[in-house]
Design a protein around this ligand. Structure first.
Ligand code: SF4
Length: 246
C-alpha cells in the first residue's frame, strides 16, 4: 500500500481498511476491488466494468460552470445538471461508495490495481471488453493519468480497452497517454483522442461530429437504445461525439 491519503469520513471505511490490512496477495486485492467495480448500467453494457477515481462531490471540476475554472479544468454542465452529483444526493450509499473507491485507488499502485483487475476479469464467466473510468468525478492530477494509463497498458495486453472522459484539460499528463482512450469533455485544449461535447439538437448536427447513438435513440423513444460497449465510439476514440440536448 502506498498510503497516499487519509481514510475519508465515509460509511464502510473501517471495514474496507481492515480488509486492506489483511490483504497479502493479488488475489486478496482482487476480492476487495471486485466490490468496487460495477458492470453496466442504464447506458453501459454489462461487459463493461466501471470504476470511479472519485465522487462528483469531490470532483476537481465541480461547480466550475458557476464559479469559474478550477486548477484542473472546466465542467461542461452546471452542478444541478450533473447526473453523477444527482445520484449522490438521491441514493444514500453512492457518495460513501465512491469515496471508498477513491481511497482504494489512492492506496494501490498501478501494477497491483491492474493485476487485481485482471484477476477479477479472469474469474468472470462473461466476456469483458472494456473498463470505463470515472463515471463520476474527474482526474485530479497527473498521477491519476499516469496510473490509469499503466492500468490501460496491462489491460491492453489482454485485449481489453480502458477509456474515460475528462474535463481536466489543464493537466499536462494527457500528452503522455499511450494506452487509455480519453474523450475530451471540454473543447479548451487538444488533450485527448476525440471530443465529447453537448450540443443543442435543434441547431443541427455539428460538423465533424457524430451524435451519440444511445442518447439519440433514447430521445427518439427507443426503450432499448444501444449501450456503450456495444457502441464503441468513445472506446475507440476515433470520432468526435456530440451529445444531443433538447
Ligand atoms: S457515443 Fe457510444 S460509446 Fe459514446 S457515450 Fe454514446 S453510446 Fe456510449
Amino acid at each position: 500500500m502506498e498510503g497516499l491519503t487519509e481514510a475519508p469520513d465515509a460509511d464502510g471505511i473501517e471495514k474496507l481498511v481492515s480488509r486492506m490490512k489483511e490483504a497479502n496477495s493479488i488475489e486478496d486485492w482482487s476480492f476487495i476491488l471486485a466490490d468496487y467495480i460495477s458492470w453496466g448500467n442504464s447506458k453501459i453494457a454489462k461487459h463493461v466494468g466501471i470504476f470511479n477515481l472519485n465522487s462528483a462531490n469531490d470532483c476537481p471540476n465541480k461547480k466550475t460552470q458557476e464559479n469559474g475554472e478550477s486548477e484542473t479544468g472546466l465542467c461542461q454542465v452546471p452542478w444541478e445538471m450533473c447526473y453523477a452529483g444527482k445520484a449522490e444526493k438521491i441514493y444514500p450509499n453512492t457518495l460513501d461508495y465512491r469515496r471508498r473507491q477513491e481511497f482504494l485507488w489512492d492506496c494501490l499502485d498501478a501494477d497491483t490495481f491492474g493485476k487485481a483487475l485482471l484477476k477479477i476479469i479472469e474469474r468472470k464467466r462473461n466476456d469483458v471488453t472494456a473498463i470505463r473510468l470515472s463515471e463520476a468525478g474527474d482526474f485530479r492530477h497527473n498521477g491519476d493519468i499516469y496510473k490509469a494509463d499503466r492500468v490501460a497498458e496491462m489491460l491492453a495486453e489482454k485485449g481489453i480497452d480502458l477509456y474515460t472522459y475528462s474535463a481536466s484539460y489543464k493537466l499536462s499528463g494527457w500528452q503522455e497517454v499511450e494506452y487509455m482512450t480519453v474523450m475530451e469533455s471540454v473543447t479548451k485544449a487538444d488533450y485527448g483522442d476525440a471530443n465529447y461535447t453537448a450540443f443543442d439538437k435543434s441547431d443541427g448536427k455539428p460538423e465533424g461530429f457524430v451524435w451519440c447513438p444511445h442518447d439519440l435513440q433514447k430521445q427518439e423513444g427507443s426503450d432499448d437504445p444501444i449501450k456503450c460497449g456495444d457502441c464503441r465510439l468513445c472506446i475507440d476514440g476515433d470520432v468526435d461525439v456530440a451529445i444531443p440536448l433538447h
